[in-house]
Design a protein around this ligand. Sequence first.
Ligand code: SF4
Length: 93
Amino acid sequence: MSYCQNKLSRRKVIKYMVLGATIPIINTLISQAQAAKASKESVQYRDKPNGKDQCSNCMQFIPGKALDANGECRVVEGNISPNGWCNAYAAKS
Ligand code: SF4
C-alpha cells in the first residue's frame, strides 16, 4: 500500500470517527427539542376557544391537512384542535 493510499485511509477513518461522534449529539439535540414542548395539562389546554382566541389564530399553531383538522403546536405536545386554546396563546400579528 502506497503512502497516498494510507493517507486517504486515515482520512476516511477520521471522517467516520467525527461522524460517529456527531450523530449521537444530533440525536440528543432533537430529543431535547421534542422534550421541550409543554404538556397540555401544564398550559391548561382545552378543546374550546377562549372568546375569539383559539389555536387557529395563534402563532404557535401548525394546521392539519384540512381546515378543521387537528394540527400541532410548536410549544405544546400532542394533537391540537384548531378550536382549542391554552395559557400559552399568542395572537398572530
Ligand atoms: S400555544 Fe396554545 S393556543 Fe397556541 S396553538 Fe399551541 S395549544 Fe393552541
